[in-house]
Design a protein around this ligand. Sequence first.
Ligand code: F6P
Length: 752
Amino acid sequence: MPFRSFRLSIRFILPLAIALGMFAYAIVPLVDNLTLRWFVKDLDTRSQLLASALHEPLLDYIPEQDRKKIEQLFNRSVQDERLYAVAFCDPAGTLLYKTVTYPPTLGCRMLQNRNGRPQSLVQLPQGSLHVAQNTLESDTTRLGTLILVHDMSFIERRSADTRKYVISLFALLAVVISLITVFVAHLSWRGWISAVKGILRGDILPKGQSTAPPEVRPLVGDLKTLLHEMNIERRVQSDSPQLWTPDKLRSLLHEQLAGDEVLVVSNREPYIHVRTPQGADVRRPASGLVTAVEPVMRACSGTWIAHGSGSADRDTVDRNDRVPVPPARPSYTLRRVWLSREEEQGYYYGFANEGLWPLCHIAHVRPVFRSTDWEQYVAVNQRFADAVIAEARTDDPVVLVQDYHFALLPRMVSEVLPRATIITFWHIPWPNPESFGICPWREEILEGLLGSTILGFHTPFHCKNFIETVDRYLETRIEHEASTISYGGKLTQVEYYPISIAWPDDDDVDANTINVCRTEMRNALGVPPNHLLAIGVDRLDYTKGIIERFQAVERLLELHPELIGRFTMVQIAAPSRSSLDEYQNFEARVRALVQRINKRFSSAGYEPILFKAEHHDTDQVIRYYRAADVCTVTSLHDGMNLVAKEFIAARKDERGVLILSQFTGAARELHEALIVNPYHVEQSAEALYRALTMPDGEQRERMRGMRTRVKDNNVYRWAGHMLLDASRLRQRERIMTKIHSHSRNKSLRRVV
Ligand code: F6P
């Protein structure tokens, strides 16, 4: 801004100064002439007065021809510094008396100009002189002419001074007028720009104004039309009755964003190569993030940058650390970043999972913040940012940044690639400002995230918490209606995009297949065909409410002992972050609880809880979903929870009941689930009972509603909405830039 003002000033001041300079140059001779005339008039009057003063004594001395007295009188008179000489001529034109200073060349001739008029100014070698001739008469006799000669050099000096003042005055005027002009132009330019921005934001008129400024009015119509067209286009895209599909997402990316290039950054990689005695095996991690983003990447291609954490990861990459995936049918590139043990410890286990994770989840585990972890977090974010920059083939890629592991990366990337569209998605909840405030590096985290073009959360509540946190800790401009934050010249759209899953393409699955799956699972578990099964699928994490779930099972069996031996809770628990004390303690507590409950209710090979703390692949998990009567999601706090949606997607038979914690993002969409407060053990036990005894008709009705919703609000829609918003922002940014340069030229032209 200051630079632009400076350039504007130069562009205004120079021409104005030149114009005023030329004007001053033309006006100085006029001023000279005028002042000269004033001074000559002044000397005429002065000569008149002097002549009058000399008149009386001369009337006495001339007739007596008293030379001595006359010359004394004359010499006294010329003591006045401006009166240069005095002389007296008789009527015949003979010079009778004079001071020594009287120029001989003047003599007694009557001075006349070319037109024969008496001339008062003469130019002699000694300089300019003013000559005044006064006739001296006694009562009736003309005695002669008294000549008074004034030095004009002081007038020249004054005239030079006046010229100097006039020129300085004009120079000063030039500067003052230019500055006022620039100031006024600047104000009207800013008003103009803010009015246009207001229209683009949809305010139509800037706040507090009843009408748009007159200069903007001709544009309002055009801009409104443009915005309207953009909105219609967007609505058509997003609300199309057509299902969001990979194809639709792909074409959106290419048509709306002209984006040939999508880069994803996440900590967790979508495919992990692990060493086994049989060679390298590929695993899919238990990660909601991977479940959601992987289908998007399959649709869009591009490069996914992630931490190479598998034991055989290095063996499977090329010399650029890249590997094409999915292994069976590659459609995008996985670029692995290697971390040292210290880096992983500080950045992933330390800052991300002992600091930010408990900070953002209300699960009553105290966050731990260490400076050494923070240093690693900064360094690893920089390493991944460098990888993004290195992988980008263009200067405006679409970068999808995933989760709390990379809060600093958006700003790091945008500083090097300012034209990049950076969409950051925060997969976990965002706490209120007070809770977030305990993070010692809260400002840095917020600044880093505000390097994003779009910052996405699962729910409006998390967006609100984020905006309030920014408002509390940073100096920014927040537009609440538009949900944008402007910080350091960068505009970030904060929006909620409920994440989802790819709806399965399972034409071959029918109710019969599901029944077969149900029977096979019960056989495998060694229970009778009508045995009631509940399933829980989670990472072994203290936020998932696994303890509360088992307490609910215990209470269920207490309240409904008829279910003992007829009901089993199968808990799949994928090991997670197990090198952290908190997770080890949690696992120990879970195992102890399972043991206690199983001991309490077991009989002849029956145990009410089957705790399977090991990795399960996707197909195995789907088989459990299909075989179960109930799926339990009892997180104490969860951004979304995709297990709930995966269960629904797996139930093509429209059977099965979902028990869902009210503290998940999913509870805002899946109203037909049995919503519980997991801290209320009785309530959860009741919900379990209700689910296990729910009539088929009710199950179908509930499941049908949820299936329609999850199918429509699938992950392509999630990504599509973010990309549409990004494309809208990119378009808006382009229009702003155009208006900006257009308005500047226009206001300059108007002022000049
Ligand atoms: O659900 C939140 C989340 O961070 C996901 O985004 C992530 O993939 C998942 O937890 C698993 O965590 P981790 O990658 O640490 O095993």
